[in-house]
Write a protein that binds this ligand. Structure first.
Ligand code: AHR
Length: 332
C-alpha cells in the first residue's frame, strides 16, 4: 500500500520496525545472572544515509539544511547524497548506503514509481528505510515510515482559497511540479476534487514548471503568448514557480494578485514578501523542517521501538492580511 492508500483508509499504523538487533552487540552489558541485555543506541551511535532529490527550490534547500543541521546538533553521522533530480542517482546512493551498512536510510523520492527493487534490497539487508517529504508507490512493507505533508489536503486548501478569491467563478492556469512526483500528483488530485464543488471554476491550462522558479517564469510567458489574457487566476504548485510567474505577468503589463489571483504552496519567506507587496494572494504551508522528526524516528527504528507509519506535518494557510505579522517568524 502506498501513502495515498494509507490516507484513503484513514489508517494511522503503529508498526513494529524492522529489526536492527542484538547480533550487533558482542560487548552488550550483562545482568548479574550473566545474561546479555541489548544496549540502547543513542544519536551519537547512529549512522544514517540520506538521499536528497537536489536543490530545485528554496523549499528543498531549507529541507536539506534541516536534515544536515539536525544531524550535526544531535551528533548523528550523516552520509548525504544529492541526486540532482535523477532517480538513478538516488538508486545508486541507496545501494551505496546498503553496502556501507548504515543503521537507517532516508530518501525523498524524486518520482513516485520505480522503487520496488532497491527498497526490497534495503529490506533484505535489514536496514529500515524512511520516506521523507515525498511518497513512493510501493507495498507497505518496503518502508518503515513516511514523514511529511498531506499533499492532497494542500491541493484542496489551495482550491478552497481560490474559490474565495474568485467568488467561485474563473479560468485558472495550473503550474505543476515535477511530473510523476507525489506532490504533483496529489496536489492536482486535491485541487480537482474540490473543484467539483465549484462548477464556475475551471483549470483551462495546465503545464509543468518542475518546481523551479525560472521554469515557472518561462512557462507563464509561453502561456500568455499562446492564450492571451483569458485567465483570471493561477494555482502554482509551489511558491518558486509562482514567483517566477509573477515576474512574467509583470513583464506583460499585468498586475499579479489583482488582475490574476494567485495561490501557491510552501509558505517560504519570499512568498510572504510577495503577499506584503500585494502580488501573491495566498500561500498554503508545506513544511520542509523535517530533520527533527526524521532523526527521532530513525533512532526509534534503530532501537526496535514502535513508530508511527505516517508522521504528519501540522500546517497553516497564510493570506495577505496576516503576512506582515507572520514574516518575522518564518524559518525558511
Ligand atoms: O515535495 C515538496 C515540494 O518539492 C515542494 O513543494 C517544492 O517546493 C519542492 O521542490
Amino acid at each position: 500500500m502506498n501513502i495515498r492508500a494509507l490516507r484513503w483508509c484513514g489508517i494511522l499504523l503503529v508498526v513494529l520496525p524492522l529489526l536492527v538487533s542484538c547480533d550487533a552487540a558482542p560487548d552488550a552489558p550483562q545482568t548479574s545472572a550473566g545474561v546479555a541485555t541489548a544496549q540502547k543506541k543513542t544519536y551519537q551511535d547512529l549512522v544514517v544515509g540520506f538521499s536528497q532529490i537536489g536543490a530545485e527550490s528554496e523549499w528543498r534547500t531549507a529541507n536539506t539544511r534541516s536534515i544536515q543541521e539536525t544531524a550535526q546538533r544531535l551528533g548523528v553521522e550523516l552520509k548525504f547524497a544529492d541526486a540532482q533530480q535523477q532517480q538513478e542517482n538516488q538508486i545508486k546512493a541507496i545501494r551505496s548506503f546498503i553496502a556501507q551498512r548504515v543503521d537507517v536510510i532516508g530518501v525523498s523520492p524524486v518520482l513516485e514509481t520505480g522503487w520496488d527493487t532497491v527498497f526490497a534490497e534495503a529490506k533484505k539487508a535489514g536496514i529500515p528505510l524512511i520516506l521523507v517529504d515525498r511518497g513512493a508507490s510501493v507495498p507497505d512493507d518496503l518502508f518503515s515510515a513516511f514523514i511529511g505533508s498531506d499533499f492532497v489536503q494542500e491541493g484542496q486548501r489551495a482550491c478552497a482559497e481560490m474559490a474565495r478569491l474568485l467568488n467561485g467563478q474563473g479560468n485558472i492556469i495550473e503550474l505543476e511540479g515535477t511530473v510523476g512526483s507525489t506532490p504533483q500528483i496529489d496536489r492536482r488530485a486535491g485541487f480537482e476534487q474540490c473543484l467539483k464543488d465549484y462548477p464556475g471554476m475551471h483549470v483551462t491550462v495546465r503545464q509543468s514548471g518542475d518546481f523551479i522558479r525560472a521554469r515557472g517564469k518561462e512557462v507563464m510567458k509561453t502561456i500568455l503568448r499562446e492564450y492571451g489574457r483569458q485567465f483570471n487566476a493561477l494555482f502554482a504548485q509551489n511558491d518558486d514557480m509562482a514567483l517566477g510567474a509573477i515576474e512574467a505577468l509583470e513583464e506583460e503589463g499585468l498586475k499579479p494578485g489583482v488582475d490574476i489571483k494567485i495561490v501557491s504552496i510552501d509558505a517560504e519567506r519570499a512568498a510572504f514578501e510577495a503577499m506584503i507587496a500585494g502580488k501573491l494572494n495566498v500561500t498554503i504551508e508545506c513544511s520542509p523542517l523535517l530533520g527533527p522528526q526524521f532523526f527521532e524516528t530513525a533512532l526509534k527504528l534503530a532501537n526496535g521501538e514502535p513508530i508511527e507509519k505516517w508522521v504528519k506535518s501540522n500546517e497553516s494557510i497564510f493570506r495577505q492580511d496576516n503576512a506582515t505579522l507572520e514574516l518575522p517568524k518564518r524559518q525558511y
